[in-house]
Design a protein around this ligand. Structure first.
Ligand code: ADP
Ligand code: MG
Length: 324
């Protein structure tokens, strides 16, 4: 199977919205009047972001999900994406599984595959997504203000827990492992929530490298600090480890570490004025997303963690950095 046959068979589909899709030198997109394009790229590299044995359909899902998550964090509506693929060989079973997972998520979000590049090499998947957002309404990292509430969507920590179980550093009951693994391998991009938060949230980011690190980006960009309630944050994670969940126990500490610095969660962390709490909760309901208030923004720079008794908690839990 040659390069062009491969593209034709697995990736070429008619476009509904793009002015021109796969097949020419460029795809053509027509942004609607008054809209800005939101653009983001994310690359998945074998051995770095996933193992070779991962189910190709799940890998296809995740490759697009991590990109849609960036659009969600900006409050942008997905339009289209490109796919740059480097493959060691044209394995038909792998390609059909990968395309199935990828295009199922694309269809779910009305996000069309409009182009890309295909080359032989180590397995590497790079997607660029294009979304649209009304001019001036994108959710940015720089808008957090003292007095704002600090929120997170969904659940945190499962992806890291699954990774640790794969590495053998924790052992999980089979059911708990399957649930955590699903969160690692098929994250849910919070696109509907991002759209619902436009005009309500003052800042937002998607959590890819761990809550503390990504929240740090909001604080830096906004020139503010935050108080984070560890109990509230840890409460977003299902208790998959077993019985001993008392504060300070080894299991509770491990759980907190997964929540604060686990990474690969693809939930949204965002801020909103305290006066808009009801609107935030309504946005959560409208988008079918669980929301948890985990702290607040204040003017004193830095991030302070507080336990259930309001006491400051030490933290050395940095976020994931590929070059650290
Ligand atoms: P060029 O030589 O200009 O780089 P190619 O011959 O590589 O173009 O690609 C032909 C067409 O197929 C282009 O429209 C390109 O966007 C598309 N394409 C190539 N690889 C992929 C892919 N993996 N997924 C989707 N479209 C692709
Ligand atoms: Mg090419």
């Amino acid at each position: 199977m040659g390069e062009f046959e491969l593209i034709q068979r697995y990736f070429h589909r008619p476009t509904a919205h793009a002015a021109l899709g796969i097949g020419d030198d460029c795809a053509l997109l027509q942004p609607a009047e008054g809209m800005q394009l939101a653009i983001s790229s994310d690359m998945l590299v074998e051995g770095r972001h996933f193992v070779s044995t991962v189910d190709p359909a799940r890998l296809g899902h995740k490759a697009l999900a991590v990109n849609l998550s960036d659009l969600a964090a900006c409050g942008a509506r997905p339009l289209a994406f490109t796919l740059a693929l480097s493959l060691p060989q044209a394995d038909e079973a792998w390609l059909s599984g990968f395309a199935r997972g990828l295009l199922a998520l694309a269809d779910l979000h009305g996000c069309e595959l409009v182009g890309g590049d295909t080359t032989r090499g180590p397995l590497n998947i790079c997607i660029t997504v294009f979304g649209e957002v009304p001019r001036g309404q994108a959710l940015l990292r720089s808008g957090a203000r003292p007095g704002d509430d600090l929120w997170v969507s969904g659940t945190l920590g499962d992806a890291r827990l699954a990774l640790e179980a794969f590495r053998g550093t924790v052992s999980l009951p089979a059911e708990a492992f399957a649930a955590a693994r699903l969160r690692l391998e098929t994250p849910t991009p919070r696109v509907a929530l991002g759209l619902a938060l436009r005009g309500i949230a003052s800042s937002a980011i998607d959590i890819s490298d761990g809550l503390l690190g990504d929240l740090g980006h909001i604080l830096d960009a906004s020139g503010v600090g935050a108080d984070l309630l560890t109990t509230a944050a840890a409460g977003t994670m299902a208790d998959r480890l077993g019985a001993d969940s008392a504060e300070g126990s080894a299991d509770a500490e491990r759980r907190l570490a997964c929540v604060l610095s686990g990474g690969d969660d693809y939930e949204l962390a965002f801020t909103a004025p305290a006066a808009r709490r009801h609107e935030v909760l309504a946005a959560g309901t409208a988008s079918g997303t669980r929301l948890t208030r985990i702290g607040h923004i204040d003017g004193a720079r830095g991030l302070r963690l507080r336990n259930a008794h309001g006491r400051l908690v030490e933290h050395r839990l940095a976020s994931f950095d590929h070059f650290a």
